[in-house]
Design a protein around this ligand. Structure first.
Ligand code: AMP
Length: 304
């Protein structure tokens, strides 16, 4: 694996087709699942590792976001990343950036409403990575479903010649979605946080049993979260995968997304619904059978 810090050095190491896996580091099996998908199709897998200040708001966790380059290098090399692109702030933003990529409409609700400016920061950094690395494919997680809608729309609107590939949410064995931010959770908070995936899975059960009313699905999930002491649900919404608009009925490809606060920690998760001629197919994500590298450094062994 080559570790590079400039766009030019990254491009010089490429054989086509190139698959890009963008991340903010502190890697876990969710990130690594996208590497596996890229390896199956691309000659070079490049992973970017950059904690993007532009997508953090005032009072958010930019300063304390977990960072460990040595750990990330080991994990990335272990799963077959060819090029690890870890740019400095100066490489990414040679001058204080004034240009922004805005995707209005798709960011009015949910994460966009809760985190003003967040998706402008995301869309801008993704556009920069696509422009600077020119990958053939870029891999994103359904874990961040609204982000996926924003990225797909931005790529279409700006005609980036790249295919966006989405992968399922990877979960701990008990259902909690893997997130670098889980590192902030105390043990009691970690247990309470399970109400997030549990609520979504209840709603997924209802959808599989035929429920199509969005408010019923939302309330089913919300009730589970609200009942858990120490958990404050922020929103539960059924949103169109196409434009992140709130839906009244589960009659198109969409996701039921939720955000909760557990103590000082804010977590998001969703279940995804593919709607086609055959009906509704629910993507609940995939569960690890053992410990994650987030919990047990020894799980690193399983990666190699
Ligand atoms: P992040 O480092 O959190 O910005 O995430 C980088 C990429 O990994 C994004 O495309 C995320 O959607 C994806 N990702 C994060 N967590 C997971 C997960 N638990 N399962 C699958 N993909 C994930």
């Amino acid at each position: 694996m080559r570790v590079v810090t400039t766009f030019a050095d990254a491009r010089a190491a490429f054989r086509r087709p190139v698959g890009l896996v963008p991340t903010m580091g502190f890697l876990h099996e969710g990130h690594l699942s996208h590497v596996a998908a890229a390896r199956a199709r691309d000659a070079t897998v490049v992973m970017s590792l950059f904690v993007n200040p532009l997508q953090f708001g005032e009072g958010e966790d930019l300063a304390r976001y977990p960072r460990d380059l040595a750990r990330d290098e080991e994990l990335a090399a272990g799963v077959g990343v060819d090029v690890l692109f870890a740019p400095s702030l100066e490489e990414m933003y040679p001058a204080p950036p004034v240009t922004r990529v805005l995707v209005p409409g798709l960011v009015d609700r949910m994460e966009g409403a809760a985190r003003p400016g967040h998706f402008a920061g995301v869309a801008t950094v993704v556009a920069k990575l696509l422009a600077g690395l020119a990958p053939d494919r870029a891999y994103f997680g359904r874990k961040d479903a609204q982000q996926l809608s924003v990225v797909r729309r931005m790529v279409g609107d700006l005609s980036f010649p790249v295919e966006i590939v989405a992968g399922p949410t990877v979960r701990h064995a008990d259902g909690l979605a893997l997130s670098s931010r889980n590192a902030y959770l105390a043990a009691t908070e970690r247990r309470a946080a399970l109400s997030l995936s549990r609520g979504l899975m209840h709603a997924a059960d209802a959808a599989e049993a035929g429920e199509r009313d969005a408010r019923v699905l939302e309330e089913t999930a919300f009730a589970q979260m609200a009942r858990e002491p120490g958990v404050e649900p922020e929103y539960v919404e059924l949103a169109s995968a196409l434009d992140a608009d709130r839906l009244d009925r589960l009659d198109q490809t969409s996701f039921l997304a939720a955000a909760i606060r557990v103590g000082a920690v804010r977590l998001i998760d969703n279940v995804w619904f593919d709607v086609g001629d055959a009906g509704v197919a629910v993507d609940r994500g995939v569960r690890l059978s053992g410990a994650s590298v987030l919990e047990a450094p020894s799980a690193l062994e399983g990666i190699r």
